[in-house]
Design a protein around this ligand. Structure first.
Ligand code: KG4
Ligand code: ZN
Length: 362
């Protein structure tokens, strides 16, 4: 049986729409359109929720049109509409949910509200058909958590950040060092020529045996180290900048490697048939982190899956895909579907602290 589903995503700073089709041969992304908002927020050093919400509201229907056009389909060829209903910046989530409701009301198509984090967490099944249960490390500007993905609707959070997300920490580091945004790629590049040992930056929470992480102290340590250099030399040279970036990159890589090793220990007690670690989120683009995780998995005989970057970062194909199993089982939402700023994937895990600049960490 062929099922075609339209996906809509607007929870942060990307307006996205996609069409995904499933048939006997497998699952195919027929189109995936992303309108980014980086330029709109660039002057403010972070995502401004009101600007994001307005841009989503202006662009979301156009984005849907483009996705249908690219897939060479119309709404009448679709079997359902899946939309991110949270967690995220509420104005943005509302734009998507209202658009999806309007389309559902006009066409009579079923409506499916999807958790954005489930979208990320299920992506390795879309790209690599990974078997349950697998371990997922979500690392982006707004999220940082380890999830054991047991099933389409069953996520167990075994750890995460208690303050900043890694992408957020990369972005703040870039600002402190006078590097451009988004900070991740800029810090990674600056770090390549730096000495990671010149500044002794902390590896927070490594003394704790659990899988939780903290990055705000690392950022503060970097600020102090920078101010010490400026205090004694009245300037920050390119060498200082590179060494500070390298120190930060090394600390971040060490923490993620060590905490992933712990998360793997927890996951391996389930004796999965094909042990797998998957990553998602913008920080998964970082080469030193990727290499550290690849090596860690290789030494333990664990499969490492990193979806292509366009599917690691925010997109609507993952939202459409996450709605497919609900389409199969006829489990639909109605017009009472609401947008949720916070929506933990694992309702049994203790609540996470803080809320990043890119939305709820859930
Ligand atoms: O997943 P994403 O596109 O958006 C959400 O946060 O939802 O992630 C964006 C984050 C930004 O903070 C950016 O600095 C970071 O991912 N990032 C990186 C790299 N590329 C993007 N961080 C470290 N190294 C990179 N190469
Ligand atoms: Zn995301």
């Amino acid at each position: 049986m062929t099922r075609t589903i339209l996906g809509i995503e607007s929870s942060c700073d990307d307006t996205a729409a996609a069409v995904v089709r499933q048939d006997e041969d497998g699952t195919q992304i027929l189109s995936s359109i992303v309108f980014g908002q980086t330029a709109l927020h660039a002057a403010f050093g972070g995502v401004v929720p009101e600007i994001a919400a307005r841009a989503h509201a202006e662009k979301v229907d156009h984005c849907v049109e483009q996705a249908l056009l690219k897939a060479n389909l119309t709404l009448s060829d679709c079997d359902a509409i899946a939309v991110t209903a949270g967690p995220g910046l509420i104005g943005g989530v509302l734009s998507g949910v209202m658009c999806a409701k309007g389309l559902a009301a006009a066409t009579g198509l079923p409506l499916i509200g999807v958790n954005h984090l489930a979208g990320h967490a299920l992506t390795p099944r879309l790209t690599d058909n990974v078997a349950f249960p697998y371990l997922m490390l979500l690392v982006s500007g707004g999220h940082c958590q380890f999830l054991i993905v047991h099933g389409n609707d069953h996520f167990e959070r075994i750890g995460g950040t208690i303050d900043d997300a890694p992408g957020e920490a990369f972005d703040k580091t870039a600002r402190l060092l006078g590097l451009p945004q988004p900070g991740g790629p800029a810090v990674e590049q600056a770090a390549e020529s730096g000495d990671p040992k010149r500044f002794a930056l902390p590896r927070p929470l490594l003394d704790r045996a659990d899988c939780d992480m903290s990055f705000s102290g690392l950022k503060t340590a970097l600020l102090r180290a920078r101010d010490t250099v400026i205090g004694s030399n009245q300037t920050l040279t390119a060498r200082d900048q590179a060494d500070l970036a390298a120190g930060f990159q090394a600390a971040m890589t060490d923490v993620l490697r060590a905490k992933t090793a712990r998360a793997l220990q927890v996951y391996l007690t389930l004796s999965p048939a094909v042990p797998t670690l998957a990553v998602a989120g913008g920080v998964a683009a970082n080469m030193p982190i990727r290499t550290a995780l690849t090596d860690l998995c290789a030494t333990q005989g664990i499969q490492f899956v990193a979806p292509p970057m366009a599917l690691c970062t925010d997109n609507a194909a993952m939202i459409a895909f996450s709605g497919l199993h609900r389409l199969q089982s006829g489990d639909f939402d109605d017009m009472s579907l609401s947008a949720r700023p916070r929506w933990p994937l694992d309702g049994t895990a203790p609540a996470m602290l803080g809320s990043g600049k890119k939305g709820a960490k859930a």
